[in-house]
Design a protein around this ligand. Structure first.
Ligand SMILES: [Mn+2]
Length: 258
């Protein structure tokens, strides 16, 4: 495993399997269902949570704090447990609003922390920010899959740009903002292919856009909705040893949350 804390791309070895789980958005029930799949297997199985694990978007119970605490704990305890930055975590670092359903989820989450932790909310919040700052933006597998929360973008220059994308800070950082927020339509299928060539990968897997579990209509990109979705909930059990040339090669690795 190659890991340098100053890089925004994490590279995983071509060994075993990796679960790719997107957009939990504070849904504690769903997180627990995923937990029951990987718990006890993290000595062999790899897991990547692709960001946006906080900010519940409807009016039900917001499990963001519970999910965040668990994700943080697994991340620090297991080298096989990976977490990527999503726009909802980034919003707190960039001090940008994160609107969903007409509510600024960033501001709402901060008031919720104030209410829940009282005088201790500041140190709690700082510990969360510190954790978010540790998170890489993308993960690359030995068999040519690049996984990120969202993106890419049309004026992408080279792999170094992605590797150092948070070096310019989190605020007012346009490339990072595009990597956090872009979805199909913000870039063309050709932009996507150029991006893949520049980072030396064959296919991309992202979350961020709400789909019916899985969507494979955008060229070389597979979009997954593992919790917040328009219907079904899907995750990927990525075989890190398989030969992957196209999104079609990933389809047999899609799993549905029961
Ligand atoms: Mn998102």
């Amino acid at each position: 495993m190659v890991y340098n804390s100053s890089t925004d791309i994490f590279e995983v070895a071509s060994q075993g399997r990796m679960l790719v789980i997107t957009d939990i958005h504070g849904n504690l029930e769903d997180f627990k269902r995923y937990e029951s799949i990987f718990k006890g297997c993290l000595d062999q199985l790899k897991v990547v949570i692709t960001g946006d694990f906080i900010h519940e978007l409807d009016n039900n119970y917001d499990g963001s704090v519970e999910v965040l605490e668990r994700v943080k704990c697994y991340y620090h305890q297991y080298p096989n447990f990976h977490v990527l930055l999503g726009n909802h975590e980034w919003a707190h670092l960039a001090d940008e609003p994160a609107y969903k359903m007409g509510v600024d989820q960033k501001r709402a989450f901060e008031s919720y922390l104030r209410e829940r932790f009282g005088g201790k909310w500041g140190s709690k919040f700082r510990s969360y920010l510190e954790f978010f700052r540790e998170l890489p933006v993308a993960i690359k597998t030995g068999n040519g899959v690049i996984i990120s929360h969202a993106g890419p973008y049309s004026d992408f220059k080279n792999q170094e740009e992605l590797r150092n994308i948070t070096l310019a800070g989190y605020r007012g950082n346009k490339p990072l903002e595009k990597m956090m927020l872009n979805r199909p339509g913000n870039y063309s299928k050709e932009d996507l292919e150029r991006f893949l060539e520049l980072v030396g990968c064959k296919v991309m897997v992202a979350g961020h856009t709400i789909v019916d579990g899985v969507d494979t209509v955008y060229g070389k990109q597979m979009i997954l909705s593992s919790s917040l979705s328009s219907g079904r909930k899907a995750y990927l059990e990525l075989d890190l040893e398989a030969e992957i040339n196209d999104v079609e090669d990933l389809i047999p690795m899609v799993r549905w949350l029961e």
